[in-house]
Design a protein around this ligand. Structure first.
Ligand SMILES: NC(=O)c1ccc[n+]([C@@H]2O[C@H](COP(=O)([O-])OP(=O)(O)OC[C@H]3O[C@@H](n4cnc5c(N)ncnc54)[C@H](O)[C@@H]3O)[C@@H](O)[C@H]2O)c1
Length: 272
């Protein structure tokens, strides 16, 4: 195998992608499979995952398995990881690609989740952190015994530009939405949680890094997209597949000397 192929090869790897049914998570899952990995998607929305997997060619389908999981529930995370290990063999890596989508604690999505800071309800704060921060903590905690079993492994946690800098509220215009405080705080928490993991787990051969993506084009209003583009040095939002290179780098030997890092892929949003 050419050295460059070897660097990025995911052959013999079994990667759990939590939130793998989503727009970015499914794209990340596909590139890991293209590089030779088996991917176990663990997501609360198995229906969405099934529909996406059905559209793949048979060879890709054979490399993706699907598990129903709510990452905020401790017993479920333990049980699902155990099931993956029993059915599929040694787990070698974890990607956490989920975020709060209104599936715990019943909130009124517009008035609660998108409320401004002054009115932000505690219930919304807790609901977002249940998934984004607690879910990431739980997944990382519960995967560690399985990675230790192999004397090593790789974790990639997905943060956001908004975990690195504050959202610019001017881009939301008259849309009635914004980027809420709970999202920004939870995404920032993920970055330092990952640094903690990196230093704590290095002695076991386990690496942990963050991928901080910028905004993906996804049917947003024209006004929002224009505003976003104007604030982005590359002048546009991302396509979902534009994070595939970054995750392959983080999960493969290409990043063997990298841990505790935060890979920002955002078209330059945070550069000025
Ligand atoms: N899309 C963007 O513009 C963007 C920008 C920056 C960062 N991000 C981050 O990238 C990651 C993926 O975003 P996306 O746009 O693909 O999101 P998405 O909404 O398309 O997908 C999120 C996935 O997480 C799953 N999920 C939600 N709650 C869950 C739970 N409790 N247990 C298990 N699975 C659960 C959903 O079912 C869904 O499949 C997120 O962490 C997000 O914060 C996204």
């Amino acid at each position: 195998m050419k050295k460059v192929n070897k660097l990025f090869s995911m052959k013999d790897e079994l990667i759990v992608v939590a939130g793998g049914a989503g727009q970015i998570g499914f794209s990340l899952s596909q590139v890991l499979v293209m590089a030779g990995a088996q991917v176990a998607i663990a997501d609360i929305d198995v229906e969405m995952a099934k529909n996406k997997i059905d559209l793949l060619d048979k060879e890709m389908q054979r490399s993706i398995s699907l598990y129903n999981l709510n990452v905020a529930m401790e017993a479920e995370t333990k049980q699902v990881l155990k099931e993956i290990r029993t059915k599929q063999g040694k787990i070698t890596g974890l990607v956490n690609a989920f975020h709060y989508k209104g599936n715990t604690r019943k909130l009124d999505t517009n008035s609660d989740f998108f409320a401004s800071f002054e009115d932000y309800p505690l219930e919304a704060w807790d609901a977002v952190n249940d998934i984004n921060l607690r879910g990431t903590f739980l997944m990382c905690k519960e995967i560690v015994p399985f990675l230790k079993e192999n004397n090593g492994g790789v974790i990639a946690n997905i943060s956001s530009t908004y975990g690195n800098v504050s959202p610019n509220k001017s881009i939301y215009g008259s849309s009635g939405i914004n980027s809420p405080v709970a999202y920004a705080a939870s995404k920032a928490g993920i970055i330092n949680l990952t640094r903690y993991l990196a230093t704590h787990l290095a002695e076991y051969g386990i690496r942990a890094n963050v991928l901080s993506p910028g905004g993906v084009l996804n049917n947003q209003s024209k006004e929002f997209v224009n505003n976003y583009n104007n604030l982005t040095p590359l002048g546009r939002m991302a396509e979902p597949d534009e994070y595939q290179g970054a995750i392959l780098f983080l999960m493969s030997n290409a990043s063997s000397y990298m841990t505790g890092a935060n890979l920002i892929v955002d078209g330059g949003w945070t550069a000025w």
